[in-house]
Design a protein around this ligand. Structure first.
Ligand code: IPM
Ligand code: MG
Length: 365
């Protein structure tokens, strides 16, 4: 198969982790007989530096004309004082909208080898396998009006949370469909005791659930869900939630399974899928070669699975990551005190080696 992709390395650790993810992608493609056509484009701070636009037109065009997009990270403190539409993050938000990527899947899995990397007790995290389904094009991120107005000292800031029924329904269906292939549980997270958006959310989710009689639906307020996520993470299967709550809970889930650096995500539902690790640009460690590339590498697995239905190739990457972790490889974020840590490039190389010696490859040879 020809895999035609746009790669957006972005800012901070984005280029480092994306570089390793592409090496793993090349290894899988080589092993299982696929051709790659990759084009690299700017986004975020990198694009602002080049052309003063966090999402240049040629980046959008490249993304729309490829079969999937792999992104690293956006964000650079140098642009903190810029107006909202000229921040690196604005490039990513616009791209999600341009691509119509309304469904953000964020799996959080506790790898057996990493039970002791979690700040929680091993017996609590063992077996954790959560799929967060985050609505990605609504809520506070995109609601109008939004502004900071008035004169210094008496300024007023406004953001708007809005959801319409079709937007809730389409994301709910993604969650229920996924649940049917998993443990058939959906937890819908809202704040229906306070917010109108959440009351409508709950009503629409309950209505959709009627089409999925085999799925057990439950509801929680976001504050209580945040607590339960650290108390009993393995009870969670599919978590369905709106944009901002999903942003927060997915970082928390990263902490629970050992490191945010492990989490991959798929932003799908539109014309072209956008694949991005959950972590940010981490400017504090950028350029040091110590970032964890596994989130970006596992993101390639999601890309192969969701944009190309290449399940064997996706599983090959996921198994390779498990093998490497079983072998004791740890980047700094995963190493406990006394454990050796390896660099971004060493971790990437180990995954490439595991892919090249995997049974999936031998089967096809
Ligand atoms: C994420 C990030 C983004 C978000 C930022 C970089 C805009 O935190 O993907 O979780 O808030 O969606
Ligand atoms: Mg986030």
């Amino acid at each position: 198969m020809l895999l035609n992709l746009t790669i957006l390395p972005g800012d901070g650790i984005g280029p480092e982790v994306t570089g390793q993810a592409v090496l793993v992608l090349q290894a899988v493609a080589g092993a299982l007989g696929h051709q790659l056509k990759l084009q690299y484009k700017n986004i975020g701070g990198a694009a602002l530096a080049a052309v003063e636009d966090p999402l240049p037109a040629d980046t959008i065009q490249a993304c729309l004309s490829s079969a999937a997009v792999l992104m690293g990270a956006v964000g650079n403190p140098a642009y903190d004082h810029y107006p909202n539409h000229l921040r690196p993050e604005a490039g990513l938000l616009r791209l999600r909208r341009e691509l119509g990527a309304y469904a953000n899947l964020r799996p959080a899995i506790c790898f057996p080898a990493l039970e002791d990397s979690s700040p929680l007790r091993a017996d609590l995290v063992r077996g954790t396998d959560i799929m967060i389904v985050r609505e990605l094009l609504g809520g506070l991120y995109f609601g109008e009006p939004r502004s900071i107005a008035g004169t210094p000292g008496s300024r007023i800031a406004t953001n708007t949370m809005t959801y319409d029924e079709p937007a809730i329904e389409r994301i709910a269906r993604v969650a229920f469909d996924l649940a049917m292939k998993r443990r058939r549980k959906v937890l819908s997270v809202d704040k229906a005791n306070v917010l109108e958006c959440s009351r409508l959310w709950r009503e629409v989710v309950i209505r959709c659930a009627k089409d999925y009689p085999d799925v057990k639906l439950s509801h929680m307020y976001v504050d209580s869900a945040a607590m339960s996520l650290v108390q009993r993470p393995k009870d969670f299967d599919v978590v369905l939630t709106e944009n901002m709550f999903g942003d927060i809970l997915s970082d928390q889930a990263g902490g629970v399974v050992g490191s945010l650096g492990l989490l991959a995500s798929a932003s799908i539902g539109g014309a072209v899928g956008l694949y991005e690790p959950v972590h940010g640009s981490a400017p504090d460690i950028a350029g040091k070669g110590i970032a964890n590339p596994l989130g970006a590498i596992l993101t390639v697995a999601l890309l192969l699975r969701h944009s190309f239905q290449l399940e064997r190739e996706a599983a090959c990457i996921e198994n390779a990551v498990g093998t490497v972790l079983d072998g004791g490889a740890r980047t700094a974020d995963l190493a406990r005190s006394g454990q050796n840590s390896i660099t971004t490039g060493e971790m990437g190389r180990k995954v490439v080696e595991a892919v090249e010696s995997s049974p999936a490859k031998q089967k096809s040879a």
